[in-house]
Design a protein around this ligand. Structure first.
Ligand code: ADE
Length: 227
């Protein structure tokens, strides 16, 4: 998969994805990530990409010109590129969304800043407006990094086989995982559930299912089938 990000903070997108699994995925060519400085498409002599809002009000609005020029240059044609705009006003991103985007060959990700972006960009260029949660970040670059991590880890070859199967059982069941423990069996007076030391694989699997249901009801009742 190829991903082109348009932002005034390319390093905010690139830096977190250079580490660990996503760094190796890029080295191996499973994901080709480019973060472009939107100012490169500014025609202003000071490389400005924003202006004051029509109708008044506080803050600045990102101008349409640089986004239109950049997307026209990077777009590969209908159906080949998907244009995603990171905004707190978008549809909420989740695991199903990550799966959907991971099937696309090319993503163009637009990051906002200031009070917003000229709405003609959204109307004419954007396929999906996406929010990573109901809170407002200072800009979309951090949100883009989060979304790209969730999408890229689903690409073939990025995770080892073990991790992929864990991933599947989690998202298919639509519930949280059971708690995990490792050595030592006793730590600062706290033990490990007896069942996990028993070697009874069937009973352990059953315990994990129950724990998963319990944790889902406790932490994420919105995911529970019975609410
Ligand atoms: N930009 C600012 N806040 C955001 C959010 N919650 N999701 C996506 N993009 C954003």
């Amino acid at each position: 998969m190829e991903i082109d990000v348009l932002t005034i903070f390319p390093e905010v997108v690139l830096a977190p994805l250079r580490e660990s699994i996503l760094g190796r995925a890029q080295d191996a060519g499973h994901v080709i990530l480019r973060a472009h400085d939107l100012r490169d498409w500014s025609t202003d002599k000071h490389r400005r990409v924003d202006d004051t809002p029509y109708g008044g009000g506080p803050g600045m609005v990102m101008a349409p010109g640089p986004f239109f020029a950049a997307v026209r240059e990077l777009h590969r044609g209908e159906g080949k590129s998907r244009v995603i705009f990171m905004t707190p006003q978008g549809r909420r991103f989740d695991q199903a969304g990550a799966r959907e985007f991971s099937e696309q060959a090319h993503l163009i990700v637009l990051c906002g800043h200031y009070e917003g972006i000229d709405h003609r960009v959204v109307e004419a260029l954007v396929d999906d407006e996406i929010s990573i949660g109901d809170y407002v970040l200072t800009n979309g670059a951090l949100a883009a990094a989060v979304m790209i991590d969730a999408v890229a880890r689903l690409l073939p070859g990025v995770l080892g086989d073990d991790q992929s199967s864990i991933e599947e059982s989690f998202s298919d069941a639509g519930q949280l995982e059971a708690p995990q423990y490792t050595r030592p069996a006793e730590f600062e007076g706290m033990g490990v559930p007896e069942i996990l030391l028993s070697g009874h694989h069937e009973k352990i699997a059953e315990w994990r299912r129950e724990q998963g249901i319990e944790r889902t009801q406790q932490n994420r009742p919105d995911l529970s089938a019975d609410g």
